[in-house]
Design a protein around this ligand. Structure first.
Ligand SMILES: [Zn+2]
Length: 150
């Protein structure tokens, strides 16, 4: 696999959306993770951000952080575009060390399932668990859209 691959696995993305509580991870930002397009279709309104950079030269690169963990759930958060730009910017990066982003992640995900998922390998073929996450994301989506799930 290419070193710069940004493939996270659909389970990892779903877990982030499910645990985001519906907004950008940066406090106190309330930018929703999904927004309605004019067509009436929800569209993704956040970006996946690395806590420690995937490649050298990018924000918060840590050569001691194992490469195989860099695209894992534990190293990823969801940020709105302005916050993603800000935390990765050369101008601001010193204000946003990995410790700050890890605190945001812990606060948003509230330990619990986030901790439980921390060392779980990428979801490959665990259909039952994946199904639970898909259902949770769908429920959260309907709540965001203000529709009853009943
Ligand atoms: Zn934000």
């Amino acid at each position: 696999m290419a070193k710069q691959s940004r493939y996270y696995g659909s389970g990892t993305e779903r877990a982030l959306f499910m645990l985001s509580r519906g907004t950008c991870y940066a406090p106190p930002c309330k930018e929703p993770v999904l927004k309605m397009a004019e067509s009436g279709t929800p569209r993704v309104n956040v970006q996946i951000a690395h806590i420690r950079a995937l490649v050298e030269g990018e924000a918060r690169y840590d050569k001691n952080y194992p490469e195989k963990l860099r695209n894992r759930f534990e190293n990823l958060i969801l940020l709105c575009k302005p916050h993603h730009t800000e935390v990765d910017s050369d101008l601001w990066v010193e204000q946003y060390p990995a410790e700050v982003l890890l605190r945001w992640k812990a606060e948003v995900e509230g330990g619990g399932l986030g901790d439980a998922l921390k060392n779980v390998p990428p979801l490959n073929g665990d259909k039952e668990f994946e199904g639970i996450i898909v259902k949770s994301v769908e429920t959260a989506r309907l709540e965001i859209l203000g529709r009853s799930t009943n």
